[in-house]
Design a protein around this ligand. Structure first.
Ligand code: DAU
Length: 286
């Protein structure tokens, strides 16, 4: 969002392709502080788009989210988000991402900027910050801390291993049609409580630790405006670009837990300092 810095960077580096992964990405944080999301997600995007126009880049790709479509009812498992599903956001986070999407598409129509957009479901895998469900639960289980499950835990997310998402972005950048949106998701829908119980069972067996059990689960106050279900229809990216998710959840979750067990130092470093304050503030009234 720092225009002078971005313009200077573009001037120096002579980029040909820009992929915008940058975002404030955590829904709970957006409920506490919406403004940061407007700055990073909306103004950050328009700043990049203006730089791309000025420097005539060959391609701009926007990494968006399935949350721009809002949520689906739990009693209609036959419904999925397609690229033509109307945008219908719930949180300050998803509203800021939807706004960014619309700016990207507007820059294509108005200025002819060569853009593509991908809208992906929930990612998991290495290096994910422990504010998100899976790394937060892995970290808490290891330390025998309570596992805060929002509401009844029956909310459904469509989980995709991060490398599969990266492959999709690569394919869209290389073969996607300019001006088009591509949904990315793996038909891998699971309720949150299933995810949490899977992590408990895996860590119990791996660490041979009887202090790890489902007794750690605590149902806490629900997230405000909590989306019930996300479900992506990935037919377009499959048919047009040949993308499919290569990592089944059963394999991906083992790889992820392995990674976190092998990177204890990374986790300790990242959860010291500010994270403690974040956790205390976010969960104290839950
Ligand atoms: O769908 C894609 C989106 O997935 C991305 O656009 C977002 O950037 C990303 O944060 C993620 O959003 P979610 O809100 O679905 O992810 P999160 O990991 O925060 O939560 C997943 C589910 O688990 C959600 O239903 C809330 C619930 N949850 C989360 C946390 C952190 C809990 O029950 N307890 C928790 O402590």
């Amino acid at each position: 969002a720092d225009e002078a810095f971005i313009m200077d960077l573009f001037e120096k580096e002579k980029f040909d392709v820009v992929v915008n992964f940058a975002a404030e990405s955590h829904v709970d944080r957006s409920i506490t502080d919406p403004e940061a999301f407007v700055r990073t997600n909306v103004m950050g995007t328009t700043t990049l788009l203006d730089a791309c126009r000025t420097y005539g880049i060959k391609r701009y790709h926007q990494v968006s989210t399935d949350e721009v479509y809002g949520d689906l009812p739990l009693d209609r498992p036959d419904l999925f988000f397609t690229e033509t599903t109307p945008l219908h956001t719930s949180s300050p986070y998803s509203s800021s991402k939807a706004s960014a999407d619309l700016f990207v598409l507007a820059y294509h129509r108005t200025y002819g900027l060569p853009v593509t957009v991908s809208r992906c479901s929930n990612n998991y895998g290495p290096y994910q910050f422990p504010e998100k469900l899976i790394p937060l639960m892995i970290n808490n289980v290891k330390h025998h801390k309570q596992l805060p499950v929002y509401g009844d835990g029956m909310q459904i997310r469509d989980w995709l291993y991060v490398e599969d998402h990266c492959k999709a972005i690569d394919m869209v950048c290389n073969g996607g049609k300019i001006g088009e949106v591509y949904n990315v998701g793996g038909h891998n829908e699971r309720p949150n409580i299933f995810i949490v119980k899977t992590i408990i069972a895996q860590l119990h067996d791996r660490l041979k630790d009887d202090g790890i059990s489902e007794d750690l689960i605590k149902h806490v106050a629900d997230r405000l405006g909590h989306d019930r279900r996300y479900g992506i229809d990935p037919t377009k990216i499959k048919n047009d670009l040949g993308w499919y998710p290569e990592t089944p959840f059963e394999k991906g979750i083992v790889l992820t837990i392995d990674w976190y067990l092998d990177h204890e130092e990374w986790m300790e470093h990242i959860t010291s300092g500010n994270y403690q304050k974040y956790y205390e503030e976010m969960y104290k009234n839950k």
